[in-house]
Design a protein around this ligand. Structure first.
Ligand code: GLN
Length: 528
C-alpha cells in the first residue's frame, strides 16, 4: 500500500521501525495531493473547468515547506535517539478556522483572507509537538456557517471524493474530503452543531465531537462559544483515538478546557462491549420540520437505509455481548434546531463584532467619513451572506424587547435537551445507557446547489447531531455502509460527559465486527 493511504497508526509503526522516514511519508502525501486535489480555493477563481469539477479542492493553503522542516525535525530526533512523539511523521490538515502561526488563517471569509495568525491554536500546537506534520489549511463554510462548504469565499470549494457532483458536507468539508481522498490520514475539524460528524458521514470517514471542554478552543476562531468543539477526523477509529489522545486536556489559555486527566484512549480501545447498555431512540429515527405558518411539526421518517444501518449495527453489537435498550425517549430532540438557530446566532453576532476593519483582516479601500463608516464598509464588503444573515438574526433575537421570547426560551429548551441525555445516561436511572446509537444524518450527501440557498433546510442536516452540542456530550460518527445512491451512510454513538473512551471502544467494536464486509473494500477512487 502506498504511504499516503496508510493509517496514522501504521505510519508511526513504520517510522519507529525505521522502515520509512518522515520525509518519505510527506513526499508521498504531497504527491497524492498534487494528483487529486486540483487548484486550491481562492477569492477570485475565474471560470471553472471540467477538470475543476473532478478534483477534491480540499485546500486553501498548502504549507509544503513548513511541513518539510517539520518532517526533517522528526527524522533528526529519531536519528538522535530522542522521542519524536505519538504522532511522529503523521501528515495532517487543519480546518482553516484554527490559527497557525505564520500561515493565513482565513475562516473561509474575505474578511480574514489577508490575516496571518501570530500564534498557533492549542490542538494544532499539540499535534505538532507530538511530531505531527501539518501539510496545510483546508476549506470550510465561511466562519463554519453551513453544512455543504458551498458558502466559502474561497472557490472552487471541496467536492465529495465519492462523487464530485455531491457536496462533502460541512462545515469541516475540506477536512473530511482530504481524509476520504487519502490525501492525509488525519484532520483537525470543529463541531458546533454537527460540523465534524455530518461531513464525516457524507464522506465515509470517522469524525468525533468530544465533550465540550475536552479539547481547548484556544486559537480557534469562535462561532458559538458555548457549543464549539475541536475534534479529530480520521479513516478509522484507532486513528481518531490516537489524535484525541494528543489534542485533549487542560490548557491555561482556555478556562473552559476541563482540568481532567486524559485517558489512554488507544490502549483502552479494544476492551469490547460485553455488558454495555446501548440505547436506540425513536426520536432519532425521524426528522421533525416545523411548519412556519402553523408552528406544528411535520414528522418524516428517515430513509429505510439509515434505520437499517443502525439496526444492523445494534445487532452486531448485541452479538458481541452488548445489551440493546429500545425506545429510549429523547423527546426534545426535535427542538434542537430551533433552539440552535437562536443561540448560535446570538453567539455568532457577538463573536463577529471584532471584525471591524481596524484590528485585523480586510479593510475597505473606499473613502470613509468617520470610524463608523469604516466599520460599515469593511464589514459590508468583507462578510459574505451567511455572516450577515447571522448578525441580523442574532441582534434581533437578543434585542431587549425580544430576548425573553426567543433567546431566554431557547436557553430553557437547551436545558430540556440536556435533561434527556442526563436521564438516558443516569447510572441509577431507568435506562442506564453507556451510549445512544443513532443515524448521523437524515440524508446522504446532497448535490451542489440542491440545498444551498435554503438556510432552514440546510440547518436540518444537523438535526441528529446538534443535541449533543446543546448538551455538551461527546459523539462519534463512523461509516456504516452505503445507500442506494452509492454514497456513504454514517452512524453515531453519543455518550455521557467525558466518556470518549467508551464511545470509541463501541465504535471500534463495530469496526471489528464488520471488518470483512464487502462495503469496507470500497475506495472513493474506484467510484469515480
Ligand atoms: N450547519 C451548521 C450551521 O450552519 C454548522 C454548524 C457547525 O457545526 N459549525 O450553523
Amino acid at each position: 500500500m502506498e504511504l499516503y493511504a496508510q493509517s496514522a497508526y501504521e505510519l508511526t509503526r513504520l517510522l519507529h521501525s525505521r522502515q520509512v522516514s518522515a520525509l518519505e511519508i510527506l513526499e508521498s502525501v504531497l504527491k497524492r495531493i498534487e494528483a487529486v486535489d486540483g487548484r486550491p480555493g481562492t477569492l477570485d477563481p475565474g471560470e471553472f473547468t471540467e477538470e475543476d469539477r473532478r478534483k477534491v479542492h480540499a485546500f486553501i493553503t498548502l504549507t509544503a515547506e513548513r511541513a518539510r522542516a517539520q518532517a526533517q525535525e522528526v527524522d533528526r530526533k529519531l536519528a538522535a535517539g530522542e522521542d519524536p512523539g505519538l504522532l511522529a511523521g503523521v501528515p495532517f490538515t487543519v480546518k482553516d478556522i484554527f490559527c497557525v502561526q505564520g500561515t493565513p488563517s482565513t475562516a473561509g471569509s474575505r474578511i480574514l483572507a489577508n490575516f496571518v495568525a501570530p500564534y498557533t491554536a492549542t490542538p494544532v500546537a499539540r499535534m505538532e509537538a507530538a511530531g505531527g506534520v501539518m501539510v496545510g489549511k483546508v476549506n470550510l463554510d465561511e466562519f463554519t456557517y453551513g453544512s455543504s462548504n458551498e458558502s466559502s469565499a474561497f472557490q472552487p470549494c471541496p467536492r465529495n471524493p465519492w462523487n464530485p457532483d455531491r457536496v462533502p458536507g460541512g462545515s469541516s468539508g475540506g477536512s473530511t474530503a482530504s481524509v476520504a481522498a487519502r490525501e492525509v490520514p488525519l484532520s483537525l475539524g470543529s463541531d458546533t452543531a454537527g460540523s465534524i460528524r455530518q461531513p464525516a458521514a457524507f464522506c465515509g470517514v470517522v469524525g468525533m465531537k468530544p465533550t465540550y471542554g475536552r479539547v481547548s478552543r484556544y486559537g480557534m476562531i469562535a462561532f458559538g462559544s458555548s457549543l464549539d468543539c475541536p475534534g479529530p477526523i480520521a479513516r478509522d477509529v484507532r486513528d481518531a483515538a490516537l489524535m484525541l489522545q494528543v489534542i485533549a486536556g487542560q490548557d491555561h489559555h482556555d478556562s473552559t478546557a476541563a482540568a481532567l486527566e486524559v485517558p489512554q484512549y488507544v490502549a483502552l480501545l479494544e476492551g469490547g462491549v460485553k455488558g454495555m447498555r446501548i440505547g436506540l431512540s425513536p426520536d432519532y429515527f425521524r426528522i421533525a420540520i416545523p411548519d412556519i405558518q402553523t408552528g406544528e411539526y411535520a414528522l418524516q421518517p428517515l430513509p429505510e437505509a439509515f434505520s437499517a444501518a443502525v439496526h444492523r449495527a445494534a445487532a452486531a453489537l448485541a452479538d458481541m455481548g452488548a445489551e440493546i435498550i429500545e425506545n429510549v425517549p429523547m423527546p426534545n430532540t426535535r427542538y434542537g434546531i430551533p433552539a440552535y438557530f437562536v443561540i448560535s446566532r446570538v453567539e455568532a453576532a457577538s463573536n463577529l463584532h471584532r471584525f471591524d476593519g481596524v484590528k485585523y483582516g480586510y479593510r475597505t479601500s473606499q473613502p470613509v467619513q468617520d470610524l463608523r463608516s469604516l466599520y460599515r464598509k469593511s464589514r459590508a464588503e468583507g462578510f459574505g451572506l451567511q455572516p450577515k444573515l447571522r448578525i441580523l438574526m442574532g441582534m434581533y433575537v437578543s434585542a431587549a424587547q425580544y430576548s425573553e421570547q426567543y433567546y431566554r426560551r431557547a436557553l430553557q429548551v437547551r436545558s430540556l435537551i440536556r435533561r434527556d441525555f442526563e436521564q438516558a445516561f443516569d447510572p441509577q436511572g431507568e435506562y442506564r445507557l453507556d451510549a445512544l446509537l443513532t443515524p448521523t444524518t437524515p440524508t446522504t450527501a446532497f448535490g451542489f446547489g440542491e440545498v444551498y440557498g435554503d438556510t432552514v433546510l440546510m440547518q436540518y442536516a444537523d438535526q441528529l447531531t446538534v443535541p449533543a452540542n446543546h448538551a455538551g456530550v461527546p459523539g462519534i460518527s463512523i461509516p456504516a455502509g452505503f445507500a442506494s445512491d452509492g454514497m456513504p451512510i454514517g452512524i453515531q454513538f453519543l455518550g455521557a460527559d467525558f466518556t470518549e473512551e467508551k464511545i470509541l471502544r463501541i465504535a471500534r467494536a463495530y469496526e471489528i465486527a464488520t471488518q470483512s464486509e464487502e462495503w469496507r473494500k470500497a475506495c472513493p477512487q474506484e467510484r469515480q
